[in-house]
Each structure stands twice: as structure tokens, then as C-alpha cells.
Design a protein around this ligand. Structure first.
Ligand SMILES: Cc1ncc(COP(=O)(O)O)c(C=O)c1O
Length: 416
């Protein structure tokens, strides 16, 4: 018997509201969004009654390889025949193999890996490592940024997430994203780390100036600060390279990955770091513990994710699809010039900047009705994030544009 749809929609909603989140249930009821995910596969997500959405959010990259990628499922099934979570204190074959592959996929001497379960946990670890290594406290991040909801990650994110939980860890400072002068003014001999999402997603897929990260690198070198790139969304092929920061040709000290490393099948995150940061952890090998971080069964699922990403044609495909989106955007902008102010793109990390902050939430709502899952950027609701699975095919890109065109037409009529 299928696990999906054992209970009627109303009962599920009622149980969810009662036991999981009354607030979310109310939010979605008010938004008129009654989607409960049922079957899923490839770029498609179906609800309990079979209504279909094309997933152009991919949970921020979790579904880079589509829903229920068959190769990742087989890898997990295979690992379940012999393994379990493993023991996080002991030397582990699965972790050693996955770490070796992550190191090989990373630029420069980023050779070392700490495993986690979530992106927030891996960000926390990156900041702990920077503070431990430098013996300094100050962490500089971007206003409007988002790094997760755990302790240090939360402190580095936008103030709307932080304020209700203050006092948080001290010595965090935010600067406007993409502005080197502002960063320089905030930096000093007390700076432990600078952390940015390579392309901030929750801020609306803001593409920084081409020389921005070279400048960040220089400032970090000058002040002896650790440069941390949050690649939870931009990594693993999303920007047309293994890591988004590779497209800026800059070597950071730490790369944080999560979401897509799971293959959408088994949670996995990782903090990847350069050799010179290792002495702190070498001296203190048990200073950070994560029972489920790098769970052994998940290591083999993640290894298969890397196998897929590193196939010679994989990134070529991402570039081809990115070109199709670029062409489509030009037509869309001409046709809906009054609504669509700007399109933002690096590979398949894409965003639509609309003319009004109300338009993002409306596009999400209209998209639900039309059959396209797009999510507005919470820290700039005038933008809609567009992150299709990287395995999207040419005809499916065509379907996405048909839907976007129709959605913008509906939006235009609503505001005529
Ligand atoms: C850029 C970025 N960093 C970190 C995180 C936190 O990841 P998680 O939700 O797995 O803790 C997210 C989650 O959306 C993210 O988008």
C-alpha cells in the first residue's frame, strides 16, 4: 500500500495544524495554497489529487538532480544492505571516501571536511573554525543574507531572523552586499571571518560585481581574516561550475555545502576548509561533534551525487540550459517590460526582479494555480527565485517559459 494519500487532505491539514505548525497551516490557508505533496519525480511535483507543479525552486538546490533521482536511490539502497548511520567518533570508510572526493572537487588546497546534517550546522562549524583559528571574535556578513537558523548562522543572517532571539553571539556585523568600501570600513585586526553567500538567494539572487570576491580575498589576506563562502545554494553545479566561487576565480578559505549534497534523498552537509586552518582542529579533534553528520549510509548517496555532477557532460548541460533561459528572459522582458524590471542569472541560479514588492508573493500564488513552483525572495519580495533542477531538459525549459509568460500576463491584468 502506498504511503501517499493514506489520509484525506482535510485530515492531514487538520493534523498538521494541530501537531506540526498551526501558523503555517493558517498562512497557507490565507494564501489560498492548499498543496500537499504526493508523488514526485524529475522536475515534477504532484499533489495528492495529482495536480502537477514544475519545481523551479528545488528547495534551494536540494533537488538539483530532480526528485527521486534513481541513481541516488540505488546508491542509498545499496548502502542500506550493509551499513547504518555509523559511529561518529570512530574512523569511518564512508566519510573518508566522501571527504576525499569533496576535496578533489574543491579549488586550491581545500582538502579537509567536517560533516554535518544541515546547512546551518555546517555554517556554525565554519564560524567556529574561523574563531578558533584566529582567536578573534568578529564576523562580518551581508545585510539581507541568510545562512540558516542555528546559533552562529542565525547571528550572521538578516536582522528579521535574529531580533526575536537576542541576545545572540556577540561581535557580528552586517554590511551592504557587494560593496568593498563598506566591507573595508568594517574590517580590522579583530576580524575573524567574512562570510557571504556567493550569490545571496534569499536577498533575491543578487549578482555581485565581477571583481568583488577578488577584493574580499585581498581584504581577508590583509587583515588575516578567514574568507567563508556559503555555497549551500550556489554550489554543486548550480552556477555552471562545481562551486559558484570558481566562476569568480577566487580561492576562499572555507566552502560550506549542504542541500544538493543530499541528492534530495539523505541529509548531508559539509564544511570544506584549507590546510592552514587544520592545526586548531588537530589540537581539538572532539571540539565539534555531530552524531548524524556524515552518516555512513548518506555518504554513499552523496558519493553518487558527486559521480553524477562530475560526469563530463553534466556542466555542459547546465550551460546549455542556462543559455536557453537567457534567451527566454530577453523575450519575456520585452513582452512584460512594465512588470519585469531585471533578470539575474549565473548558470541556473536565476531571479526575476519585479516592479513592486507585492509582485513576488503574487507570482508565487499565481504560479501555484498555473503549475509552476517559484518562491519569492523573503529578504526582497520584489524578486522571484528561479532554481530549476539542473537536469531540466530543453522542452521543459519551454514549458517553464510558457507558464512564466502566462503568470506575468495574469499579474499584469490584476494590476491593470
Ligand atoms: C544560503 C543558505 N545557507 C544556509 C542555509 C541553511 O541550510 P539548512 O536549512 O539546511 O540549515 C540555507 C537554507 O536555505 C541557505 O539557503
Amino acid at each position: 500500500m502506498s504511503l501517499i494519500g493514506q489520509e484525506p487532505r482535510g485530515t492531514i491539514t487538520e493534523k498538521f495544524a494541530r501537531h506540526v505548525s498551526s501558523g503555517k497551516a493558517e498562512f497557507f490557508a490565507q494564501a489560498g495554497i492548499d498543496f500537499i505533496a504526493g508523488r514526485r519525480g524529475g522536475i515534477y511535483l504532484h499533489d495528492l489529487e495529482g495536480k502537477t507543479l514544475i519545481n523551479c525552486h528545488s528547495n534551494g538546490g536540494v533537488f538539483n538532480l530532480g526528485h527521486r533521482n534513481p541513481r541516488v536511490i540505488v546508491a542509498l539502497q545499496r548502502s542500506l544492505e550493509e551499513l547504518d548511520i555509523g559511529n561518529h567518533h570512530l574512523i569511518s570508510e564512508g566519510r573518508a571516501l566522501l571527504a576525499e572526493r569533496l576535496a578533489a572537487s574543491s579549488p586550491g588546497d581545500i582538502n579537509r571536511v567536517i560533516f554535518g546534517v544541515s546547512g546551518g550546522e555546517a555554517i556554525d562549524m565554519a564560524i567556529k573554525l574561523a574563531r578558533g583559528h584566529t582567536g578573534r571574535a568578529k564576523v562580518i556578513s551581508a545585510s539581507g543574507g541568510y545562512h540558516g537558523h542555528t546559533g552562529l548562522a542565525l547571528a550572521a543572517g538578516d536582522e528579521q531572523y535574529r531580533t526575536p532571539f537576542e541576545p545572540l553571539s556577540p561581535a557580528f556585523e552586517q554590511v551592504p552586499f557587494g560593496e568593498l568600501d563598506a566591507l573595508e570600513s568594517a574590517m580590522g585586526e579583530d576580524t575573524a571571518a567574512v562570510i557571504f553567500e556567493t550569490i545571496p538567494a534569499t536577498y533575491g539572487i543578487v549578482i555581485p560585481p565581477e571583481d568583488f570576491y577578488a577584493g574580499v580575498r585581498k581584504l581577508c589576506d590583509h587583515y588575516g581574516a578567514v574568507m567563508i563562502m556559503d555555497e549551500v545554494q550556489t554550489g554543486l553545479g548550480r552556477c555552471g561550475a562545481m562551486w559558484g566561487i570558481n566562476t569568480y576565480d577566487v580561492l576562499p578559505d572555507i566552502i560550506v555545502t549542504g542541500k544538493g549534497l543530499s541528492g534530495g534523498i539523505y541529509p548531508m552537509s559539509a564544511t570544506l576548509y584549507r590546510d592552514h586552518l587544520n592545526p586548531f582542529l588537530h589540537e581539538n579533534p572532539f571540539i565539534h561533534i555531530s552524531t548524524f553528520g556524515g552518516a555512513e549510509v548518506g555518504c554513499y548517496a552523496a558519493l553518487e551525487v558527486l559521480n553524477i555532477l562530475e560526469e563530463p557532460t553534466f556542466l555542459d548541460h547546465v550551460h546549455q540550459m542556462a543559455d536557453l533561459f537567457e534567451e527566454g528572459f530577453a523575450t519575456l522582458k520585452d513582452k512584460h517590460a512594465d512588470l519585469l524590471v531585471e533578470t539575474r542569472q549565473r548558470g541556473l541560479m536565476m531571479g526575476l526582479k519585479l516592479a513592486d514588492p507585492n509582485f513576488g508573493p503574487m507570482m508565487t500564488r499565481i504560479g501555484f494555480d498555473a503549475g509552476l513552483l517559484v518562491v519569492y525572495a523573503n529578504n526582497d519580495p520584489s524578486t522571484v527565485q528561479l532554481l530549476p533542477p539542473l537536469i531540466i531538459q530543453e522542452d521543459e525549459v519551454g514549458q517553464v517559459f510558457e507558464l512564466l509568460d502566462g503568470m506575468l500576463t495574469v499579474l499584469g491584468k490584476a494590476f491593470a
